[in-house]
Ligand binder design. Sequence first.
Ligand code: SF4
Length: 694
Amino acid sequence: IVEHGTPRREVITTCAYCGVGCAFKAEMQGEEIVRMTPWKNGGANEGHSCVKGRFAFGYATHKDRVLTPMVREKITDPWRPVDWEEAIGFAARRLLEIRDEHGAGAIGGITSSRCTNEEVYVVQKMIRAAFGNNNVDTCARVCHSPTGYGLKTTLGTSAGTQDFKSVDKSDVILVIGANPTDAHPVFGSRMKKRLRQGAKLIVADPRRIDLVRSPHVRAEHHLQLRPGTNVALMNALAHVIVTEGLVNEAFVAERCDMTEFERWRGFVAEERNSPEALSEILGVPADELRAAARLYATGGNAAIYYGLGVTEHSQGSTMVMAMANLAMATGNIGHDGVGINPLRGQNNVQGSCDMGSFPHEFTGYRHVSDKEVRSTFEADWGVTLDAEPGLRIPNMFASALDGSFRGLYVQGEDIAQSDPNTRHVTAALKALDLLIVQDLFLNETALYAHVFLPGTSFLEKDGTFTNAERRINRVRPVMREQQGMSEWETVCRISEAMGYPMTYENEAEIMDEIARLTPTFALVSHARLDAEGSMQWPVNEAHPDGSPIMHVDGFVRGKGRFMVTEYVPTEERANRRFPLILTTGRILSQYNVGAQTRRTENSLWHPEDSLEIHPFDAEERGVADGDLVAITSRVGQTTLRAMVSERMPQGVVYTTFHHPFSGANVITTDYSDWATNCPEFKVTAVQVMPTNRP
Ligand code: SF4
């Protein structure tokens, strides 16, 4: 296309925001991006988009982008701009010094779900092969790590079971701890369309999200449970299914481990798990619980969709397993319209987990202690690999504070803002001898860094993102790298400077290596994705064209495994001093810590975070709509503007976490999921009082 004498180019690429993974046509005029148009052939979005993907791309060329590498000896020194060679040499030399003096275990890194599969893969390879340990973790630690644990334990694989299209065949939709119309808008619209066609909706959420009551959509049941009681809710629903004869006995007998099933059946049948016994704990009437359970079990194809309101709890992993129990007991798994579907927050959170970013797993979720798997990687990479799992992010912080962990590489994540208990996190970062941050902007974490390596936006990347339905989407460069070097190349050069060369011609070669070493990616290549379009893993000999739905003929682990899910109340309790429970979430126009959307016009819609509070709780404290309020928890205090709202039940308040100055994580605690250490962001006991201080 030629317009005003300048050729116009079109490039098909993938949105860099949420886990829906919408495909867009990026239209360029010279080096200017003119428009992002949702692509009608996009497997995940079929021509639809939301205000983030469509309009919030201006951050890629924002004046705040840092395009020159920088170093400094101490974090109190001013930054010194340097060339790439000096920055890479500085980072590699300091990493080697720490490794030599304190041992390989003293260094590690964190991968980013905003980066491509190829970029994430080379980071975990550098850590395993050049650093010499498994101290690699990913930002999924603070969001969906319980999904990985819970689904792998019960079904055998750490991923959702369905494609998005599957919802078109659902008769009952159970949404738990998710707000799809704000956080996953394109999929939220698809779900609403199905609801308008007559599917029944059950919402389990302390807050009255839009789906509960919006034009033409009304939930049959809004189970407005108290924060922290998810597992009790599942047990109550399971009790009804088991004691009222609603189990799909044929499915269970054919597909599941019967010993585990009978153990679970006996447990949930106990009177203490009945709706009547749990009603008060949940704050939900027993007859509503019974009706919701009957609808889920007998209403036809029933699908569960869930978000961080499930995972970010001290029982996040237990809850994921409890949902799997429910789906298996009713036969709602393995075909269209059903399943257990995590709505992934970040564009590539599924991919960053798939790519071996966990301290205990190689690509494809294979344990580092598995000798056969490890020797495959050792033969391919030409190194001896550590058989011991490495440090998780919270362990890295704790070890930094006790002096045993001293050097950290952070790829595109603002841990100083996104992780809980900010004071604890920043104390750990300050204690490091070396912090390397690779990012687009000088974020909150970079305040404590010694090396800053400029990153690339999605418009400069070549590679793949994997969305919430396991769909591997191509990401194609729309413009040249603004800072002069691709991120994977930076990583390869640090690795080489440390004595372990990683040589690739391009991103396609990295994907070829991933496919060679990862059975679920065995038949994936850039060439195939370019020719045939996106594909859903596993893509291998058994599934040459990919797998829209998993566990069709049997579970990946063999027999489905029922797990006993004892409800254990969280240790974070309200009391007279902290009488309210704070929970957190997202809003449509902004995204996570806001590093990108705050630098676009989307900020006009949501210029600050606010605190939603029930009218009674507000009146009791003399708080009016729009007043500034101080929110105090056991670990800190912050200030927000009050939004008096009947969306909230009494005793529960809610905020978003898109702006650093409101610092929601200044007040969140260190409690975390028992299995994965995913922080308990959704339950913080607080007091709220009027204040004049901004
Ligand atoms: Fe991007 Fe998600 Fe919006 Fe799609 S729904 S345009 S992937 S933010």
